[in-house]
Design a protein around this ligand. Sequence first.
Ligand code: ZN
Length: 493
Amino acid sequence: MRLVIAQMKHETNTFSPVPTDLRRFARGRATPLEGEAIRAAFKGTGTAIGAFIALAEKAGAELVLPVAGDASPSGPVETAAYEWMATRILDAVAKGCDAVLLDLHGAMVTEAHDDGEGELLGRIRKLAPKLPVGVALDMHTNLFPAMVENATALAGYQTYPHVDMYETGMRAGRPILALLEGRAMPVMVSGQRPMLPHVMRQSSLDGPNFAIQTRAKDMEREGVLAATFFVGFPHADIPWAGSSAVVVTDGDAVKAKQCCDALLDMAWTDRAQFVYRIEPLAASLARAQQMQGGPIVLLDHYDNCASGGTMDTMTVLGGILDAGLADVAAFAIYDPEAANKMKAAGVGSNVTLALGGKMDMPSLGLKGVPRQVSGKVKVIVDGQYKNEGPMAKGAAGDMGLSAVLDTGKVEIAVISRHTEPYDIAPFRLLGIDPAKKRYLMLKSRVHWRAGLGPLAKATVECAGTGVCTSDYAQLEFRRVRRPIYPLDPDAQA
Ligand SMILES: [Zn+2]
């Protein structure tokens, strides 16, 4: 048995000014991993591609590993980058194989295609019409019909923070192996409801999504091969942004449809609970100052790099500095220029920097605004670490040349590659113990809860500035299908 296993992951924020070239998919190298280097990098890691490798090795299959690319969310993928990766996958399929297992995100928009995944799957289907194709997807998939039409089995994460990447790889891969071995005949049904659940209300740890994901897991315990409810990714102005569901059963299309509708109906009934209410920043910071103990997480959720944020807006950090909050660690400001200046100055030096604000945000009509910050260079590191988990456990992390600027009251991590804080490892590397801080400013939305949630005494959500704004009114939606809730409060299912 020969299996083609590949990864090509990107969540595209169509409002983001951050460019998405091939290097962004390459984790610090010039081009993404190819061949046996992929097995070495991912075998035994808590990722979907890690699960595919385990499944294939257990089945005694020959592995063909054409490419593994995973880019931090940003603007539309450059055509050259997309074609570089897609061509390698298609070439591997053209040489002959028994099945393809793909670790994709499910919200990839390219310069040429609204649906990067559907385009890739359509090309594979054209090349090999009967080839079984299994795909692991993120819960933030914006599901286009072409993805369902051109795959055999789709399965998406059932947790947010995403701590079940490995299990999702298993859920997508097992039906394909069962098909190859004559043990099952997967059928798949999908559907959607016209709604854009707010990212700040999507966590599976609580709220409406907890019950929906619990129901999906119950369906699998009761014999469904894979049941997935996608919350969708709203910061993508494309026709099929929003929530959807897909269910795979063994030969029972009626049951698949019933399960799919059950998940979608739960979401639609609870749609008002997926709407987020915004608190002004000054009120949030004043509230945080009244709280006792720590660490209190000050969540800069408008500028999360893992949703396409530039990670260099200074509104929330500026508010913290202006309010005089003390014993604060801030992770992080993306500013390679500032990190280089701190390295040139050296550990122990006093510096004054025009920090952050290097990137304009045309989709919001905003210019980047740096802020003068003075402090001592406390730490300089190369930024390489391994995730301790539970999210992407064992996978390598790279925040590039990184440094800590200590103002006396605030320790500011300054990094050179976009890195969302969801793991303790980058803090350790920078010599910051988050558990000992009174306040932790994090540029994140939900994923921080994976590795740092247990440390937090309280959370204060801080409305700042950024292209993953939590205020939909700041975004101009022109292409998403209408009516859609809550942009259109009276939208009907
Ligand atoms: Zn996601």
